[in-house]
Design a protein. Structure first.
Length: 348
């Protein structure tokens, strides 16, 4: 077996500590080799064998790194990723990869020019419920899909003073949770024909959007994507088709497990997801039953990264996927601002 891919992590805040470092460290194909952070104490305590540096320049100077992961505030992603690619290193960029589709296209072009990987961190393609939905639709149990609904809701009524809630820095739910909802939907159905959106700030004292409701129009169905900071109860998926319906409550367990200190490979990691409910027409009879939810597998992202860099296996989340997600976000803002439905079109 080849040695693990050496990963340099740019940023050791919430995303770096929670979603990246522990998964990289517990994926057999990858290792945390270096961390760039302005607050080195926690990084040194967590990864005593890693090289700890102050900034991206110092990280890029470590010539044995195979890839750099950008896990910093949203408004820094483009510049840090551009500099990483320009230095000749592969890059993973946390969502949203940039603040505009034009910036995402620039990064994709630079990566292509340098024969490097530009990988958007759309890790929720490895959520257990999404894996279950994809298999359900691929099996055709619901028949032709007539309605698709995906929620990522939370109940956080108090506004916190942090960059994630600063619209000027790319904060707000459309940029925070929107990329997950949009990417999963595009992975299932491809790009939409139209985008209609309602984007609001509902909480008292809020300055960034905390309510996003998107309707992506397809030829034979609509995909309703919803994120709110003021929803204590909401379904995760609702799907209707010509032969039945599927309902799933509860978010994937991996985020809470990582926060609690559980790691990929530990007993129970990725499991414990709520089952969904299926109502199907089987022959001439309607039936209802529980559908178990697959275990989540965030380490799958980094296994795919290692396979792509080492063996040139196509990465499951493409640069074009990142561009398409940012295009939908821009069209959602345009629709919300104008009060009209807008057409989706890729830039030539």
């Amino acid at each position: 077996m080849s040695s693990p891919l050496k990963i340099g992590l740019m940023g050791y805040g919430f995303a770096g500590q929670t979603f990246h470092a522990p998964v990289i460290a517990h994926c057999a194909q990858t290792a945390v080799a270096a961390i760039a952070t302005s607050q080195p104490g926690r990084a040194r305590a967590d990864f005593p064998d890693a090289t700890i540096v102050a900034d991206l320049d110092a990280l890029l100077a470590l010539h044995d790194l195979d890839c750099v992961v950008i896990a910093t505030p949203n408004d820094t992603h483009f510049d840090l990723a551009r500099r990483t690619l320009a230095s000749g290193k592969h890059v993973v960029v946390d969502k949203p990869v940039t603040l505009t589709a034009a910036q995402a296209r620039q990064l994709a072009a630079l990566a292509h020019e340098r024969a490097l990987l530009f990988a958007p961190f759309h890790n929720r393609r490895w959520d257990g419920d999404f894996l279950t939905v994809r298999e359900l639709l691929n099996a055709g149990l619901l028949g032709r899909v007539t309605h698709f609904e995906s929620h990522f809701d939370r109940f956080r009524p108090l506004v916190r003073q942090r960059w994630r809630e600063d619209a000027a820095r790319g904060g707000g739910l459309l940029y925070d949770l929107g990329p997950h909802l949009i990417d999963q939907t595009l992975a299932l159905f491809g790009v939409p024909q139209t985008v209609t959106a309602f984007v609001h700030t509902r909480r008292d004292g809020g300055s960034a959007p905390d309510y996003a409701h998107l309707v992506l129009g397809y030829a034979q169905h609509e995909a309703v994507l919803h994120a709110s900071a003021l929803a204590a109860f909401a379904p995760r998926f609702v799907i209707h088709g010509t032969r039945g319906s599927y309902l799933k409550n509860g978010l994937d367990t991996q985020e809470d497990q990582l926060k609690a200190g559980l790691r990929p490979g530990n007993a129970g990691f990725g499991g414990g997801n709520d089952a969904g409910q299926l109502h199907l027409l089987e022959g001439d009879k309607e039936t209802e039953r529980a559908l178990p939810t697959a275990d989540g597998d965030y380490a799958g992202f980094y296994r795919a990264l290692a396979a792509s860099i080492r063996d040139r296996v196509p990465f499951p989340v493409s640069a074009q996927d990142a561009i398409d997600v940012m295009t939908v976000i821009e069209l959602a803002m345009e629709s919300a601002g104008s009060g009209r439905t807008v057409a989706f079109a890729r830039e030539a």
